[in-house]
Design a protein around this ligand. Structure first.
Ligand SMILES: Cc1cc2nc3c(=O)[nH]c(=O)nc-3n(C[C@H](O)[C@H](O)[C@H](O)COP(=O)(O)OP(=O)(O)OC[C@H]3O[C@@H](n4cnc5c(N)ncnc54)[C@H](O)[C@@H]3O)c2cc1C
Length: 488
Protein backbone atom coordinates (compact mmCIF):
# COMPACT_ATOMS: atom_id res chain seq x y z
CA UNK A 1 0.00 0.00 0.00
CA UNK A 2 1.48 3.37 -0.93
CA UNK A 3 1.66 6.13 1.68
CA UNK A 4 -1.11 8.12 0.01
CA UNK A 5 -3.60 5.26 0.23
CA UNK A 6 -6.17 5.00 2.95
CA UNK A 7 -6.51 1.83 4.98
CA UNK A 8 -10.28 1.91 4.48
CA UNK A 9 -9.78 1.34 0.75
CA UNK A 10 -9.01 -2.29 1.67
CA UNK A 11 -11.78 -4.86 2.21
CA UNK A 12 -13.04 -5.22 5.79
CA UNK A 13 -13.29 -8.76 7.18
CA UNK A 14 -16.58 -9.66 8.96
CA UNK A 15 -17.22 -11.87 11.99
CA UNK A 16 -20.22 -12.46 14.29
CA UNK A 17 -20.51 -13.19 17.99
CA UNK A 18 -23.31 -13.11 20.59
CA UNK A 19 -21.26 -11.28 23.23
CA UNK A 20 -18.18 -9.24 22.36
CA UNK A 21 -15.83 -8.21 25.17
CA UNK A 22 -13.15 -5.58 24.66
CA UNK A 23 -10.25 -6.11 27.09
CA UNK A 24 -8.51 -9.32 28.14
CA UNK A 25 -7.64 -8.70 31.79
CA UNK A 26 -9.43 -9.27 35.10
CA UNK A 27 -12.70 -7.47 34.28
CA UNK A 28 -13.04 -8.68 30.68
CA UNK A 29 -12.09 -12.30 31.35
CA UNK A 30 -14.35 -12.53 34.43
CA UNK A 31 -17.19 -11.18 32.29
CA UNK A 32 -16.44 -13.76 29.62
CA UNK A 33 -16.56 -16.66 32.08
CA UNK A 34 -19.87 -15.44 33.55
CA UNK A 35 -21.43 -14.88 30.12
CA UNK A 36 -20.59 -18.46 29.10
CA UNK A 37 -21.74 -19.95 32.37
CA UNK A 38 -25.06 -18.13 32.46
CA UNK A 39 -26.27 -18.64 28.95
CA UNK A 40 -23.83 -20.69 26.96
CA UNK A 41 -23.65 -17.77 24.53
CA UNK A 42 -20.97 -17.51 21.88
CA UNK A 43 -18.48 -15.18 23.64
CA UNK A 44 -15.46 -13.48 22.05
CA UNK A 45 -12.81 -11.47 23.91
CA UNK A 46 -10.68 -9.03 21.90
CA UNK A 47 -7.49 -8.07 23.64
CA UNK A 48 -4.74 -5.74 22.55
CA UNK A 49 -2.30 -7.20 25.05
CA UNK A 50 -1.89 -10.89 25.73
CA UNK A 51 -5.01 -12.14 27.55
CA UNK A 52 -4.30 -12.53 31.25
CA UNK A 53 -0.86 -10.91 30.86
CA UNK A 54 -1.78 -7.34 30.05
CA UNK A 55 -3.33 -4.17 31.40
CA UNK A 56 -2.94 -2.89 34.94
CA UNK A 57 -3.99 -6.35 36.16
CA UNK A 58 -0.57 -7.70 35.22
CA UNK A 59 1.15 -5.12 37.45
CA UNK A 60 -1.23 -5.40 40.41
CA UNK A 61 0.13 -6.17 43.85
CA UNK A 62 -2.90 -8.41 44.09
CA UNK A 63 -4.37 -7.30 47.36
CA UNK A 64 -8.09 -7.88 47.07
CA UNK A 65 -10.67 -6.57 49.49
CA UNK A 66 -12.63 -9.25 51.24
CA UNK A 67 -15.82 -8.74 53.22
CA UNK A 68 -17.64 -11.28 55.40
CA UNK A 69 -21.42 -10.78 55.62
CA UNK A 70 -21.29 -9.17 59.08
CA UNK A 71 -18.91 -6.46 57.78
CA UNK A 72 -20.85 -5.44 54.67
CA UNK A 73 -22.51 -2.46 56.28
CA UNK A 74 -19.29 -1.03 57.71
CA UNK A 75 -17.41 -1.54 54.43
CA UNK A 76 -20.28 0.14 52.54
CA UNK A 77 -20.03 3.23 54.78
CA UNK A 78 -16.23 3.17 54.65
CA UNK A 79 -16.24 3.29 50.84
CA UNK A 80 -18.72 6.19 50.75
CA UNK A 81 -16.72 8.16 53.33
CA UNK A 82 -13.37 7.46 51.65
CA UNK A 83 -14.73 8.70 48.32
CA UNK A 84 -15.85 12.01 49.86
CA UNK A 85 -19.51 10.97 49.47
CA UNK A 86 -19.40 11.20 45.68
CA UNK A 87 -19.85 7.45 45.05
CA UNK A 88 -23.11 6.01 43.77
CA UNK A 89 -24.61 4.07 46.72
CA UNK A 90 -26.30 1.44 44.51
CA UNK A 91 -22.92 0.51 43.00
CA UNK A 92 -21.22 0.38 46.40
CA UNK A 93 -23.97 -1.89 47.69
CA UNK A 94 -23.58 -4.21 44.70
CA UNK A 95 -19.81 -4.32 45.29
CA UNK A 96 -19.90 -5.20 48.97
CA UNK A 97 -22.59 -7.84 48.40
CA UNK A 98 -20.56 -9.49 45.62
CA UNK A 99 -17.06 -9.50 47.09
CA UNK A 100 -17.15 -12.80 48.96
CA UNK A 101 -18.72 -14.70 46.05
CA UNK A 102 -16.15 -13.15 43.69
CA UNK A 103 -13.22 -14.19 45.86
CA UNK A 104 -14.64 -17.72 46.18
CA UNK A 105 -14.82 -17.88 42.37
CA UNK A 106 -11.16 -16.93 42.08
CA UNK A 107 -10.21 -19.68 44.51
CA UNK A 108 -12.45 -22.19 42.68
CA UNK A 109 -10.64 -21.30 39.46
CA UNK A 110 -7.42 -22.28 41.20
CA UNK A 111 -5.97 -19.04 42.58
CA UNK A 112 -4.18 -19.61 45.90
CA UNK A 113 -5.24 -16.86 48.30
CA UNK A 114 -4.94 -16.34 52.02
CA UNK A 115 -6.06 -13.76 54.56
CA UNK A 116 -3.93 -10.61 54.59
CA UNK A 117 -2.08 -9.82 57.77
CA UNK A 118 -4.20 -7.88 60.23
CA UNK A 119 -1.38 -5.33 60.50
CA UNK A 120 -1.77 -4.30 56.85
CA UNK A 121 -5.54 -4.16 56.78
CA UNK A 122 -8.21 -4.76 59.42
CA UNK A 123 -8.52 -8.48 59.91
CA UNK A 124 -10.98 -10.21 57.62
CA UNK A 125 -11.27 -7.31 55.23
CA UNK A 126 -8.62 -8.17 52.72
CA UNK A 127 -7.02 -11.13 51.06
CA UNK A 128 -3.70 -11.48 49.30
CA UNK A 129 -2.03 -14.08 47.16
CA UNK A 130 0.16 -16.57 48.95
CA UNK A 131 3.70 -15.22 49.54
CA UNK A 132 6.22 -16.02 46.85
CA UNK A 133 3.63 -16.30 44.08
CA UNK A 134 3.94 -13.98 41.09
CA UNK A 135 1.13 -11.50 41.71
CA UNK A 136 -0.92 -9.93 38.92
CA UNK A 137 0.53 -12.43 36.45
CA UNK A 138 -0.84 -15.39 38.37
CA UNK A 139 -4.20 -13.66 38.82
CA UNK A 140 -4.53 -12.92 35.10
CA UNK A 141 -3.39 -16.36 34.05
CA UNK A 142 -5.91 -18.04 36.35
CA UNK A 143 -8.85 -16.14 34.88
CA UNK A 144 -7.59 -16.51 31.29
CA UNK A 145 -7.26 -20.29 31.78
CA UNK A 146 -10.82 -20.47 33.15
CA UNK A 147 -12.16 -18.45 30.19
CA UNK A 148 -10.51 -20.86 27.77
CA UNK A 149 -11.82 -23.86 29.76
CA UNK A 150 -15.32 -22.42 29.41
CA UNK A 151 -14.97 -22.21 25.62
CA UNK A 152 -14.54 -18.45 25.27
CA UNK A 153 -12.90 -17.40 21.99
CA UNK A 154 -9.97 -15.29 23.20
CA UNK A 155 -8.41 -13.24 20.39
CA UNK A 156 -5.19 -11.26 20.55
CA UNK A 157 -3.57 -8.98 19.51
CA UNK A 158 -6.65 -7.05 18.42
CA UNK A 159 -7.08 -3.31 18.99
CA UNK A 160 -10.72 -2.16 19.00
CA UNK A 161 -10.83 1.25 17.34
CA UNK A 162 -14.50 2.19 17.50
CA UNK A 163 -17.98 0.82 18.16
CA UNK A 164 -20.68 0.48 15.52
CA UNK A 165 -24.04 1.91 16.54
CA UNK A 166 -27.49 2.39 15.12
CA UNK A 167 -29.79 5.17 16.34
CA UNK A 168 -32.73 2.83 16.95
CA UNK A 169 -30.91 -0.36 17.87
CA UNK A 170 -28.03 0.83 20.05
CA UNK A 171 -24.73 -0.97 19.72
CA UNK A 172 -24.46 -3.39 16.78
CA UNK A 173 -20.76 -4.22 16.61
CA UNK A 174 -17.18 -3.00 16.74
CA UNK A 175 -14.37 -2.27 14.36
CA UNK A 176 -10.99 -3.70 15.37
CA UNK A 177 -7.53 -4.09 13.94
CA UNK A 178 -6.18 -7.63 13.82
CA UNK A 179 -2.55 -6.69 14.41
CA UNK A 180 -1.14 -10.07 13.42
CA UNK A 181 -3.01 -10.49 10.12
CA UNK A 182 -2.79 -6.76 9.40
CA UNK A 183 -6.53 -6.57 8.70
CA UNK A 184 -9.41 -4.37 9.77
CA UNK A 185 -12.17 -6.62 11.11
CA UNK A 186 -15.81 -5.75 11.81
CA UNK A 187 -17.46 -7.78 14.57
CA UNK A 188 -21.23 -7.96 14.47
CA UNK A 189 -22.65 -8.20 17.99
CA UNK A 190 -25.70 -6.85 19.79
CA UNK A 191 -24.09 -7.18 23.22
CA UNK A 192 -20.72 -5.55 23.93
CA UNK A 193 -18.86 -5.28 27.22
CA UNK A 194 -16.18 -2.60 27.49
CA UNK A 195 -13.41 -3.75 29.84
CA UNK A 196 -10.42 -1.94 28.33
CA UNK A 197 -9.06 -0.56 31.63
CA UNK A 198 -8.32 3.02 32.74
CA UNK A 199 -6.38 5.94 31.30
CA UNK A 200 -3.38 6.50 33.58
CA UNK A 201 -0.95 5.71 30.73
CA UNK A 202 -2.08 8.91 28.98
CA UNK A 203 0.07 10.90 31.47
CA UNK A 204 3.82 11.35 30.96
CA UNK A 205 4.43 9.59 34.27
CA UNK A 206 2.44 6.52 35.26
CA UNK A 207 2.89 3.05 36.78
CA UNK A 208 0.42 1.61 34.23
CA UNK A 209 1.37 -0.21 31.02
CA UNK A 210 1.71 2.12 28.01
CA UNK A 211 -1.49 0.92 26.24
CA UNK A 212 -3.71 2.00 29.14
CA UNK A 213 -4.69 5.32 27.55
CA UNK A 214 -8.49 5.37 27.88
CA UNK A 215 -9.68 3.58 24.72
CA UNK A 216 -12.81 2.52 26.59
CA UNK A 217 -13.68 6.13 27.46
CA UNK A 218 -13.49 7.26 23.84
CA UNK A 219 -15.38 4.25 22.51
CA UNK A 220 -18.15 4.78 25.07
CA UNK A 221 -18.41 8.53 24.44
CA UNK A 222 -18.57 8.02 20.67
CA UNK A 223 -21.34 5.44 21.16
CA UNK A 224 -23.43 7.92 23.18
CA UNK A 225 -22.62 6.85 26.76
CA UNK A 226 -21.82 9.23 29.62
CA UNK A 227 -18.54 9.43 31.51
CA UNK A 228 -18.73 10.38 35.15
CA UNK A 229 -16.11 12.01 37.45
CA UNK A 230 -13.26 12.01 34.91
CA UNK A 231 -11.41 14.58 37.04
CA UNK A 232 -11.07 12.05 39.86
CA UNK A 233 -7.74 10.32 39.32
CA UNK A 234 -5.59 8.50 41.83
CA UNK A 235 -1.91 9.62 41.59
CA UNK A 236 1.23 8.38 43.28
CA UNK A 237 2.84 11.54 44.67
CA UNK A 238 6.21 12.54 46.15
CA UNK A 239 6.23 11.78 49.91
CA UNK A 240 6.26 15.41 51.12
CA UNK A 241 2.72 15.68 52.55
CA UNK A 242 -0.52 16.88 50.95
CA UNK A 243 -0.44 20.33 52.54
CA UNK A 244 3.09 20.94 51.35
CA UNK A 245 2.02 19.98 47.83
CA UNK A 246 -1.07 22.19 47.95
CA UNK A 247 1.04 25.13 49.26
CA UNK A 248 3.62 24.77 46.50
CA UNK A 249 1.05 24.21 43.73
CA UNK A 250 1.45 22.79 40.20
CA UNK A 251 4.97 24.23 39.85
CA UNK A 252 6.31 21.40 42.01
CA UNK A 253 5.23 18.60 39.65
CA UNK A 254 8.41 17.10 38.24
CA UNK A 255 10.12 13.78 37.96
CA UNK A 256 8.49 11.91 40.74
CA UNK A 257 5.12 10.21 41.21
CA UNK A 258 2.73 9.31 38.42
CA UNK A 259 -0.86 8.58 37.46
CA UNK A 260 -2.08 5.31 39.00
CA UNK A 261 -5.83 4.69 38.71
CA UNK A 262 -8.89 6.34 37.13
CA UNK A 263 -11.62 6.67 39.73
CA UNK A 264 -13.98 8.14 37.13
CA UNK A 265 -15.11 6.50 33.91
CA UNK A 266 -18.13 5.13 32.08
CA UNK A 267 -21.32 5.58 34.08
CA UNK A 268 -23.04 2.24 34.81
CA UNK A 269 -25.92 0.95 36.91
CA UNK A 270 -25.67 -1.99 39.31
CA UNK A 271 -26.29 -4.45 36.44
CA UNK A 272 -23.41 -2.90 34.40
CA UNK A 273 -25.65 -1.19 31.81
CA UNK A 274 -24.21 2.03 30.35
CA UNK A 275 -27.51 3.49 29.14
CA UNK A 276 -26.71 2.71 25.49
CA UNK A 277 -28.77 -0.35 24.47
CA UNK A 278 -26.53 -3.43 24.29
CA UNK A 279 -23.48 -1.67 25.77
CA UNK A 280 -22.21 -2.80 29.18
CA UNK A 281 -18.98 -1.94 31.00
CA UNK A 282 -16.91 -3.32 33.87
CA UNK A 283 -13.64 -2.74 35.70
CA UNK A 284 -11.41 0.33 35.83
CA UNK A 285 -13.04 1.69 32.66
CA UNK A 286 -16.18 2.46 34.69
CA UNK A 287 -16.78 5.35 37.10
CA UNK A 288 -19.10 6.22 39.95
CA UNK A 289 -18.24 3.34 42.26
CA UNK A 290 -15.64 5.04 44.44
CA UNK A 291 -15.98 8.82 44.20
CA UNK A 292 -12.89 10.89 45.01
CA UNK A 293 -10.66 8.14 46.50
CA UNK A 294 -10.68 4.41 47.15
CA UNK A 295 -9.41 1.83 49.61
CA UNK A 296 -6.48 -0.49 48.81
CA UNK A 297 -7.59 -3.79 47.23
CA UNK A 298 -10.93 -2.45 46.06
CA UNK A 299 -10.01 -2.03 42.37
CA UNK A 300 -9.49 -5.74 41.83
CA UNK A 301 -12.69 -6.44 43.77
CA UNK A 302 -14.46 -4.00 41.41
CA UNK A 303 -13.15 -5.83 38.31
CA UNK A 304 -14.19 -9.19 39.64
CA UNK A 305 -17.65 -8.29 40.96
CA UNK A 306 -18.71 -6.07 38.06
CA UNK A 307 -16.96 -8.26 35.47
CA UNK A 308 -19.03 -11.25 36.64
CA UNK A 309 -22.13 -9.03 36.78
CA UNK A 310 -21.64 -7.68 33.24
CA UNK A 311 -21.21 -11.21 31.88
CA UNK A 312 -24.37 -12.34 33.64
CA UNK A 313 -26.36 -9.37 32.32
CA UNK A 314 -25.06 -9.93 28.77
CA UNK A 315 -26.06 -13.60 28.88
CA UNK A 316 -29.51 -12.79 30.24
CA UNK A 317 -30.26 -10.01 27.75
CA UNK A 318 -28.23 -11.09 24.73
CA UNK A 319 -30.78 -13.38 23.14
CA UNK A 320 -33.20 -10.50 22.65
CA UNK A 321 -30.57 -8.40 20.91
CA UNK A 322 -30.22 -10.01 17.51
CA UNK A 323 -28.76 -7.50 15.02
CA UNK A 324 -30.44 -7.50 11.60
CA UNK A 325 -27.77 -7.78 8.87
CA UNK A 326 -28.75 -4.61 6.97
CA UNK A 327 -28.57 -2.51 10.15
CA UNK A 328 -25.05 -3.79 10.85
CA UNK A 329 -23.92 -3.19 7.24
CA UNK A 330 -25.29 0.35 7.29
CA UNK A 331 -23.54 1.18 10.59
CA UNK A 332 -20.30 -0.31 9.25
CA UNK A 333 -20.45 1.60 5.96
CA UNK A 334 -21.13 4.92 7.74
CA UNK A 335 -18.38 4.40 10.30
CA UNK A 336 -15.79 3.31 7.74
CA UNK A 337 -16.65 6.33 5.59
CA UNK A 338 -16.23 8.65 8.59
CA UNK A 339 -12.82 7.23 9.52
CA UNK A 340 -11.73 7.32 5.88
CA UNK A 341 -12.90 10.89 5.36
CA UNK A 342 -11.04 12.16 8.40
CA UNK A 343 -8.01 12.06 6.17
CA UNK A 344 -4.85 14.13 6.47
CA UNK A 345 -1.44 12.48 6.18
CA UNK A 346 0.78 15.44 7.01
CA UNK A 347 1.19 17.69 10.06
CA UNK A 348 2.65 16.75 13.41
CA UNK A 349 3.79 13.12 13.70
CA UNK A 350 1.91 10.68 15.93
CA UNK A 351 4.90 10.43 18.28
CA UNK A 352 5.22 14.16 18.66
CA UNK A 353 1.48 14.61 19.31
CA UNK A 354 1.62 11.82 21.86
CA UNK A 355 4.53 13.48 23.69
CA UNK A 356 2.68 16.81 23.78
CA UNK A 357 -0.48 15.24 25.20
CA UNK A 358 1.33 13.24 27.87
CA UNK A 359 3.53 16.13 28.95
CA UNK A 360 0.80 18.73 29.23
CA UNK A 361 -1.56 16.30 30.97
CA UNK A 362 1.11 15.55 33.57
CA UNK A 363 2.54 19.02 34.18
CA UNK A 364 -0.67 21.10 33.97
CA UNK A 365 -3.34 18.64 35.00
CA UNK A 366 -1.46 16.18 37.24
CA UNK A 367 -1.77 15.55 40.98
CA UNK A 368 -2.04 19.26 41.86
CA UNK A 369 -3.51 21.88 39.56
CA UNK A 370 -5.20 25.27 39.55
CA UNK A 371 -7.45 27.23 37.23
CA UNK A 372 -4.58 28.69 35.21
CA UNK A 373 -2.76 25.39 34.58
CA UNK A 374 -6.03 23.62 33.77
CA UNK A 375 -6.94 26.30 31.22
CA UNK A 376 -3.49 25.92 29.63
CA UNK A 377 -3.97 22.14 29.53
CA UNK A 378 -7.43 22.43 27.96
CA UNK A 379 -6.10 24.76 25.23
CA UNK A 380 -3.27 22.42 24.22
CA UNK A 381 -5.31 19.23 24.55
CA UNK A 382 -8.15 20.67 22.46
CA UNK A 383 -5.66 21.35 19.66
CA UNK A 384 -4.06 17.90 20.00
CA UNK A 385 -7.46 16.26 19.97
CA UNK A 386 -8.42 18.08 16.75
CA UNK A 387 -5.11 17.10 15.14
CA UNK A 388 -5.60 13.45 16.17
CA UNK A 389 -9.12 13.50 14.70
CA UNK A 390 -7.78 14.75 11.36
CA UNK A 391 -5.21 11.97 10.90
CA UNK A 392 -5.76 9.48 8.07
CA UNK A 393 -4.04 6.08 8.21
CA UNK A 394 -2.24 4.36 5.38
CA UNK A 395 -1.56 1.11 7.28
CA UNK A 396 -3.39 -0.88 9.91
CA UNK A 397 -0.56 -0.24 12.37
CA UNK A 398 -0.98 3.49 11.81
CA UNK A 399 -4.74 3.15 12.22
CA UNK A 400 -4.35 1.45 15.59
CA UNK A 401 -1.78 4.05 16.72
CA UNK A 402 -4.05 6.89 15.59
CA UNK A 403 -6.99 5.39 17.46
CA UNK A 404 -4.86 5.20 20.65
CA UNK A 405 -3.78 8.80 20.18
CA UNK A 406 -7.39 9.92 19.85
CA UNK A 407 -8.22 8.07 23.07
CA UNK A 408 -5.32 9.71 24.88
CA UNK A 409 -6.42 13.16 23.72
CA UNK A 410 -10.09 12.69 24.60
CA UNK A 411 -9.30 11.12 27.98
CA UNK A 412 -6.93 13.85 29.14
CA UNK A 413 -9.08 16.65 27.71
CA UNK A 414 -12.19 15.31 29.45
CA UNK A 415 -10.27 14.96 32.73
CA UNK A 416 -8.92 18.54 32.53
CA UNK A 417 -12.30 20.03 31.62
CA UNK A 418 -14.01 18.13 34.43
CA UNK A 419 -11.30 19.33 36.85
CA UNK A 420 -12.19 22.93 36.00
CA UNK A 421 -15.73 22.25 37.23
CA UNK A 422 -14.52 21.02 40.63
CA UNK A 423 -13.48 24.07 42.66
CA UNK A 424 -12.26 22.25 45.79
CA UNK A 425 -9.92 19.54 47.07
CA UNK A 426 -11.42 16.18 48.08
CA UNK A 427 -9.99 12.66 48.35
CA UNK A 428 -7.24 12.31 45.72
CA UNK A 429 -8.38 15.45 43.85
CA UNK A 430 -6.27 18.50 44.75
CA UNK A 431 -6.49 22.10 43.55
CA UNK A 432 -3.98 24.56 44.99
CA UNK A 433 -6.45 27.43 44.40
CA UNK A 434 -9.15 25.58 46.38
CA UNK A 435 -7.27 23.55 49.03
CA UNK A 436 -10.36 22.62 51.12
CA UNK A 437 -13.45 20.51 50.40
CA UNK A 438 -16.56 22.53 49.57
CA UNK A 439 -19.17 20.70 51.61
CA UNK A 440 -22.11 22.20 49.73
CA UNK A 441 -21.03 23.07 46.18
CA UNK A 442 -18.67 20.07 45.89
CA UNK A 443 -21.43 17.50 46.23
CA UNK A 444 -21.87 16.74 42.52
CA UNK A 445 -20.67 14.31 39.85
CA UNK A 446 -19.22 15.65 36.64
CA UNK A 447 -20.85 14.19 33.54
CA UNK A 448 -19.23 14.22 30.08
CA UNK A 449 -20.96 13.25 26.86
CA UNK A 450 -20.95 14.08 23.19
CA UNK A 451 -23.81 16.28 22.03
CA UNK A 452 -24.14 17.37 18.39
CA UNK A 453 -20.55 16.28 17.81
CA UNK A 454 -19.14 18.35 20.71
CA UNK A 455 -17.79 17.24 24.08
CA UNK A 456 -20.09 18.68 26.76
CA UNK A 457 -19.51 18.71 30.52
CA UNK A 458 -22.01 19.40 33.26
CA UNK A 459 -22.50 18.98 37.00
CA UNK A 460 -25.07 16.52 38.32
CA UNK A 461 -25.93 17.25 41.95
CA UNK A 462 -25.77 14.39 44.41
CA UNK A 463 -27.60 14.02 47.72
CA UNK A 464 -25.42 13.26 50.75
CA UNK A 465 -25.71 9.48 51.23
CA UNK A 466 -24.99 9.61 54.98
CA UNK A 467 -26.37 12.93 56.24
CA UNK A 468 -25.37 13.87 59.75
CA UNK A 469 -22.11 11.89 59.71
CA UNK A 470 -19.45 13.82 61.54
CA UNK A 471 -16.33 12.16 60.04
CA UNK A 472 -14.48 14.86 58.05
CA UNK A 473 -13.97 14.48 54.31
CA UNK A 474 -10.62 12.79 53.68
CA UNK A 475 -7.88 14.32 51.53
CA UNK A 476 -4.80 12.23 50.87
CA UNK A 477 -2.59 10.50 48.31
CA UNK A 478 -2.85 6.98 46.93
CA UNK A 479 -5.31 4.42 48.21
CA UNK A 480 -6.63 5.63 51.57
CA UNK A 481 -6.40 3.41 54.63
CA UNK A 482 -9.26 1.47 56.13
CA UNK A 483 -10.35 3.18 59.36
CA UNK A 484 -13.45 1.57 60.77
CA UNK A 485 -13.34 3.28 64.14
CA UNK A 486 -13.98 6.70 62.53
CA UNK A 487 -17.43 5.53 61.48
CA UNK A 488 -18.51 3.34 64.41
C1 LIG B 1 1.31 -1.05 39.81
C2 LIG B 1 -0.14 -1.33 40.13
C3 LIG B 1 -0.46 -2.03 41.29
C4 LIG B 1 -1.82 -2.26 41.61
N1 LIG B 1 -2.11 -2.99 42.73
C5 LIG B 1 -3.42 -3.22 43.04
C6 LIG B 1 -3.77 -4.03 44.20
O1 LIG B 1 -2.93 -4.58 44.92
N2 LIG B 1 -5.10 -4.16 44.49
C7 LIG B 1 -6.08 -3.59 43.74
O2 LIG B 1 -7.26 -3.74 44.05
N3 LIG B 1 -5.77 -2.87 42.62
C8 LIG B 1 -4.47 -2.67 42.25
N4 LIG B 1 -4.18 -1.94 41.13
C9 LIG B 1 -5.29 -1.50 40.25
C10 LIG B 1 -5.81 -2.70 39.44
O3 LIG B 1 -4.70 -3.50 39.07
C11 LIG B 1 -6.54 -2.25 38.17
O4 LIG B 1 -7.52 -1.30 38.47
C12 LIG B 1 -7.23 -3.45 37.51
O5 LIG B 1 -6.30 -4.50 37.29
C13 LIG B 1 -7.88 -3.06 36.19
O6 LIG B 1 -8.33 -4.22 35.54
P1 LIG B 1 -9.20 -4.12 34.19
O7 LIG B 1 -9.49 -5.52 33.78
O8 LIG B 1 -10.33 -3.20 34.39
O9 LIG B 1 -8.22 -3.41 33.15
P2 LIG B 1 -6.71 -3.71 32.77
O10 LIG B 1 -6.08 -4.72 33.67
O11 LIG B 1 -6.01 -2.43 32.61
O12 LIG B 1 -6.84 -4.43 31.35
C14 LIG B 1 -7.29 -3.78 30.19
C15 LIG B 1 -7.32 -4.81 29.07
O13 LIG B 1 -7.86 -4.20 27.90
C16 LIG B 1 -6.98 -4.38 26.80
N5 LIG B 1 -7.21 -3.24 25.89
C17 LIG B 1 -6.99 -1.93 26.13
N6 LIG B 1 -7.37 -1.20 25.06
C18 LIG B 1 -7.87 -2.08 24.15
C19 LIG B 1 -8.41 -1.95 22.84
N7 LIG B 1 -8.54 -0.75 22.25
N8 LIG B 1 -8.79 -3.07 22.18
C20 LIG B 1 -8.66 -4.30 22.75
N9 LIG B 1 -8.15 -4.47 23.99
C21 LIG B 1 -7.76 -3.37 24.67
C22 LIG B 1 -5.60 -4.47 27.42
O14 LIG B 1 -4.67 -5.10 26.57
C23 LIG B 1 -5.93 -5.32 28.66
O15 LIG B 1 -6.04 -6.69 28.30
C24 LIG B 1 -2.85 -1.74 40.78
C25 LIG B 1 -2.52 -1.05 39.60
C26 LIG B 1 -1.19 -0.86 39.27
C27 LIG B 1 -0.86 -0.14 37.99
Amino acid sequence: MSAAENVFDQPIRREKTDVLIIGGALAGLSAAVAARRHGGADVTVLSEGEPGRSGATLYANAYITSCPPDKQDVLYRQILWTGGFLAEPALVERLVQGIEAGNRQLMDWGLPMQKAEATRMPSGMQMELAPGQPKGYLLGQTVAAEARRQGVSVRSPYTAITLLTDRGHGVVGALAVDMQAGEVTAFESGQIILAAGGGAGAFARSDNPPGTVGDGYRLALEAGAELTDMELINFNVPPVGVHNILDRGPGMIADSGGAHYFLGGIGIDAAAHTGVPGLLAAGEVTGGLFGAARLGGSALAECLVFGLQAGETAAAEGKGRHVPGPIFEKALAETAARWKEDGDHGGQTLDSLKRDIQTVAWTKSGYVKNEQTLREAVAVLTQCSAAAERRASSSVAELAATAKLRSMAVTTLTAARAALLRCESRGNFWRSDYPQPDLVQGLFNSIARIKDGELVLEKRRRAHPMPGRSAPIRIGPGCLRYNFSALE
